[in-house]
Ligand binder design. Structure first.
Ligand code: M6R
Length: 611
């Protein structure tokens, strides 16, 4: 989604802003822009449709200078991707604004600003109402911060915004509601960004703004007021993310780097949480074990890949903990009246911790009578982490590729640990507790072994290059793995892919099968294998080309039209975590063959902070 960078300094800041935008490119965007103010208040505003590289070229050509400035990458919501809709937006040749989020009452504001106040709009965006509103209100308020605060009182919707004023060129004012912003603290300079990754080359000291905060940023100071207008301090923390965390470390794409980072990410995530075979007391937050003892239902809410991870966890929780578990897509959960079981734990899953629907679901759930909310999340400073009662921080490290890989497997490891923690708290199922501890401990090494599949899958990927559709099949806890495999393939190769529980084939999808529809099957050697083999036979009989991922040498043999890819036998508990690896490779290499933009697939954003 959109990205924001801003700076107030003694030195020229053009390079800082551009580097910040480059570091935010992973979030997905379709235009970029920058507005710089020099000490006299002269504004240089440059915007371009497309990649930051086009903006960089325009900046080189025009060589603007400035010591105060704002920059933005835009992911279109209101108005097509174009230069005129790109941010910053301006009013009265004085105010400039960059904005993440959506202003829901933009039409009403636009109508009154046009009809009553004579403003002329030059874009189709919701954002432009903010800057004209600020311009209009500036006549009634003594300074920029109080003007912006007054403007925020009239906005309905979500915003993280940064405002500059050419009549006050040594300050920026920022405001947050529903869209994250961090302030970066330097020596005699201050910064703002929607993601601290953007600012790591210039500072490691950050304060996260709270909902409703409005802050004035100058070279010397950061002055924050809260939602009620009262001065407030937000704690400044040292980031432990390294400045090169956003780099590719020699890999061609972030996605490939992140696939290979999975064993280490799992090791880090389990460290200090799984100690001598037991779940550490506060692994899921203070008081979690005591609370887990009485939990009788788990409600998981998430989107996309995180939802698929939740679907796997349902099998584990119901089978091994013996309590009911429901999993729901956050955008559905938040808009229906759901039944809340007694003694229910709400679990949100999210890599970013800023997914708008998941966050809204958590906020809704708070009023519904859940015993507690737990988030399993990868970003410590995120809204989900800050607003949940209990937190399990994933420690996967920054995930930059839009296609989620290491977040999925780390979520699964955390969810298996959660199942074990529930059992330990309830003092039940010691066999599962012992087996899951052993399986989790062996997981990183087994993942490393699974990487040997890269080469055979790379060769196999060629066969998908001319395909329009693909079907993924699995049964039991491998059905969500098939769902995740299909999601990976569709999002980065643009091949239409669907997943089915294999037993469901006869109820419709079998009609689609022909030689042009590759069928991918996840087939570990488990209790359901015989059933799955019958499903495979049904598909084979209809002339399909099949790719079977298995973990037993004697169950399948390759033959014309049936490619078998074997991995080492996996313990059934961690099989879902291991079987996604070949499917991640498959989608990656099919995307390479098709020449798509692997890390930033079209139309998608890394962090979906709008509805
Ligand atoms: O940050 P989150 O885990 O909440 O994100 C949820 C989805 O937007 C995300 O998993 C998305 O589906 C990925 N692009 C899938 O690869």
């Amino acid at each position: 989604m959109c990205g924001i960078v801003g700076a107030v300094a003694e030195r020229p800041i053009t390079e800082i802003l551009i580097e910040g935008l480059k570091r935010l490119e992973y979030r997905g965007y379709d235009s970029a822009g920058v507005a710089l103010l020099d000490a006299s208040g002269a504004i240089s505003c440059i915007k371009r449709e497309g990649k930051v590289e086009s903006l960089v070229q325009a900046v080189k050509d025009q060589s603007p200078t400035g010591t105060t400035g704002i920059a933005h990458t835009r992911w279109a919501t209101h108005g097509v991707p174009s230069e005129r809709n790109a941010h910053p937006h301006q009013s009265g040749n004085r105010f400039s604004v960059v904005h993440n989020g959506i202003i829901e009452n933009h039409q009403e504001l636009r109508d009154s600003l046009t009809a009553d106040d004579g403003y002329v709009f030059s874009s189709d965006t919701d954002t432009e109402v903010i800057v004209h509103l600020i311009h209009k209100l500036s006549a009634d308020y003594p300074d920029l911060r109080s003007t912006v605060f007054a403007a925020t009182q009239k906005l309905v919707g979500a915003y993280g915004m940064v405002v500059s004023d050419s009549e006050s060129p040594s300050e920026l004012v920022v405001a947050r509601s529903g869209s994250p912003l961090v302030i970066g603290y330097g020596l005699g300079e201050h910064f703002v960004a929607s993601d601290q990754l953007a600012l790591l080359p210039v500072t490691r000291r950050f304060a996260v703004l709270e909902e409703g905060d409005v802050a004035q940023i100058t070279k010397e100071a950061v002055n924050i007021i809260d939602a009620t207008g009262e001065p407030v301090r937000r704690s400044i923390e040292e980031s432990d993310i390294t400045a090169d965390a956003g780099g590719k470390a020699g890999y061609k794409h972030y996605m490939l780097k992140e696939i290979f980072e999975q064993p280490e990410a799992i090791r880090r995530t389990l460290q200090d949480r799984l100690i001598e075979g037991k779940v550490a007391d506060n692994a899921f937050g203070n008081g979690s074990l005591k609370l887990f003892k009485n939990i009788k239902h788990v409600q998981i809410v998430a989107c996309g890949t995180s939802y698929n991870a939740g679907m796997v966890a349902r099998y584990w929780i119901e089978q091994h903990v013996g309590i009911s578990c429901s999993v729901e897509i956050a955008s559905e959960f938040r808009y229906r009246e759901s039944f809340v079981h007694k003694d229910s734990l709400l679990v949100t899953l999210s890599q970013s911790g800023e997914t708008a629907d998941t966050l809204a679901a958590l906020r809704l759930a708070k009023s519904l009578g859940y015993s507690a909310s737990l988030t399993i999340c990868n970003v410590e400073t995120s809204s989900l982490v800050r607003e949940s009662d209990l937190v399990y921080l994933m420690k996967a490290g920054p995930e930059i590729g839009v296609a989620s890989t290491k977040a999925f497997t780390v979520q699964l490891a955390a969810l298996l640990l959660l199942s074990k923690a529930l059992c330990e708290a309830k003092k039940i199922n010691q066999d599962f507790c012992a087996e899951s501890a052993q399986a989790l401990t062996s997981l990183p090494a087994q993942m490393e072994r699974a990487f040997s599949l890269e080469q055979p899958i790379k060769e196999l990927a060629e066969q998908f290059a001319d395909k329009q559709h693909a079907l993924f099949l699995g049964r039991g806890d491998q059905y969500p793995v098939a769902m995740e495999g299909a999601l990976k393939l569709k999002e980065i190769s643009y091949i239409h892919a669907e997943a089915y529980a294999a037993g469901e084939l006869k109820h419709g999808p079998l009609a689609l099968i022909d030689a042009e529809m590759p069928v991918v099957v996840v087939a570990p050697d488990n209790d359901l294998l015989d059933k799955l083999k019958s499903n495979i036979a049904e598909v084979r009989a209809r002339g399909s080309v099949m790719y079977v991922f298995a973990d037993s040498d004697d169950q399948f043999e390759s033959e014309p039209g049936l490619d078998v890819v074997n991995m080492a036998h996996a313990n059934h508990l961690i099989a879902p975590i291991l079987f996604i690896i070949p499917l991640q490779f498959l989608s990656y290499y099919v995307a390479l063959v098709k020449g798509t933009d692997v890390d930033q697939p079209r139309n998608l954003a890394k962090s979906v902070t709008v509805e």
